[in-house]
Design a protein around this ligand. Structure first.
Ligand SMILES: NC(=O)c1ccc[n+]([C@@H]2O[C@H](COP(=O)([O-])OP(=O)(O)OC[C@H]3O[C@@H](n4cnc5c(N)ncnc54)[C@H](OP(=O)(O)O)[C@@H]3O)[C@@H](O)[C@H]2O)c1
Length: 350
């Protein structure tokens, strides 16, 4: 059993290399073991490219070595023809006698279709090795198939005394102002590169004119999502620069031009569910909500969130008044010091 765990840990490590590039597919890692040693490794590095099992199997030139090998994979191998042929068929073709699986594929509604086929052809299958870790690895993918919506992360920065913005009377008073420090902001850009989409409310765009892209890290930009009932944001704002796919939810029009899509919905009590349903239909697996207060609170009130990431910023110039930050109740998963001023608190729902 101990050996199985070591190889599955390694497979999880490999799978994580796909973070930010495999969606709408899951992150998957695979290790092929023979006589207690690693014969080969693979991971799924991009949607549309070959799966982890295929990458690991194709690394081995002498196919006779498979006959006494074990394949470890974080997620049940696929049986369907998608953009690539089924992994189960390749495992059978190479006569691999044992397969150790982290967790069943939720997109098969836990029927274990891949497992069934392997067993039918005489392969020994061991399931649920490091199951919780393998599930956590693909928290976005599991949420998508089990809750029929994207995985939702709420993120904001607040001062030590609970403000997320200083107060200003009119737009002319507005100065560029950062609550969090450079390392927290860099981390936020890394997070953006890991998610499919990023949402903000209208006032955040009007007040801050954010670009909502990945600049302080590397990786792909998320799809920008803006809530703007009456289309008050003019096209001179960065969110309309066309450099990134952008979806505006509005009551005013339906239009799809180049990279900018206007989706007409009603701004009523069901707005959050309707937005998430729209993203689900588009196979968007995750959403990071970056503010402002009203937008974040809409998700909190409906209790539709999976993680909140709050930067608590103990800077020398505590804000004396301003926009109070949302309050979210949840179990603290992590507390980390980012630097001398900023602390990160990650919560999950109770
Ligand atoms: N510290 C941080 O981490 C952080 C992050 C982001 C923003 N901020 C600050 O937050 C401030 C803005 O926050 P805010 O609360 O005033 O505004 P906001 O959440 O940015 O935008 C609010 C607007 O978004 C739309 N909206 C959001 N949720 C909605 C819902 N459930 N139903 C209908 N419409 C919804 C509405 O647009 P319509 O008016 O068109 O109906 C609403 O007026 C900015 O000054 C910004 O600097 C701070």
């Amino acid at each position: 059993m101990k050996e199985k765990i070591i190889f599955m840990y390694r497979a999880i490590q490999l799978a994580k290399k796909g973070l930010g590039s495999t969606s709408p597919n899951p992150m998957v890692g695979c290790v092929i073991e023979r006589n207690g040693l690693i014969l080969s490794e693979g991971w799924h590095y991009q949607a549309g490219k070959s799966h982890a099992e295929v990458n690991a199997i194709n690394m081995v030139k002498d196919i006779s070595l498979f006959s006494d090998s074990t394949l470890y994979v974080t997620l049940e191998p696929c049986v369907h023809f998608g953009k690539t042929p089924p992994c189960v068929d390749l495992i059978l073709k190479r006569n691999i006698p044992r397969v150790v699986i982290g967790v069943r594929d939720p997109s098969y509604k836990k029927k274990g279709l891949g497992i069934q086929k392997l067993k039918e052809y005489g392969v020994e299958v061991i399931e649920n090795v490091l199951e919780d870790q393998c599930r956590f690895l693909n928290k976005r993918f599991f949420t998508f198939y089990e809750k029929n919506r994207p995985y939702v992360i709420l993120k904001w920065a607040q001062s030590d005394n609970g403000f997320m913005d200083y107060s200003f009377n009119n737009k002319k008073d507005r100065k560029r102002f950062w609550i969090s420090g450079i390392y927290s902001r860099q981390l936020s850009h890394k997070w953006r590169s890991e998610e499919d989409s990023l949402l903000v409310g209208k006032k955040t765009v009007l007040n801050d004119n954010p670009k909502l892209n990945v600049r302080k890290w590397f990786g792909k930009n998320p799809i920008r999502i803006i809530l703007d009932r009456n289309l008050n944001i003019s096209t001179s704002y960065f969110v309309f620069n066309g450099e990134q796919h952008t979806i505006v939810f509005t009551e005013k029009k339906k239009e799809n031009k180049k990279n900018i899509e206007f989706v007409q919905i009603s701004f009523d009590k069901g707005i959050i569910k309707n937005i998430l349903n729209h993203l689900y239909q588009k196979k968007i697996l995750s959403l990071i909500v970056e503010g402002g207060k009203m937008t974040l609170e809409s998700f909190i009130e409906k209790n539709i969130w999976d993680e909140s990431r709050i930067f608590l910023c103990y800077r020398s110039f505590s804000l004396k008044k301003g926009l109070s930050a949302p309050i979210v109740d949840g179990k603290i998963l992590k507390k980390v010091d980012i630097d001398d001023n900023d602390k990160l608190i990650i919560k999950v729902p109770f």
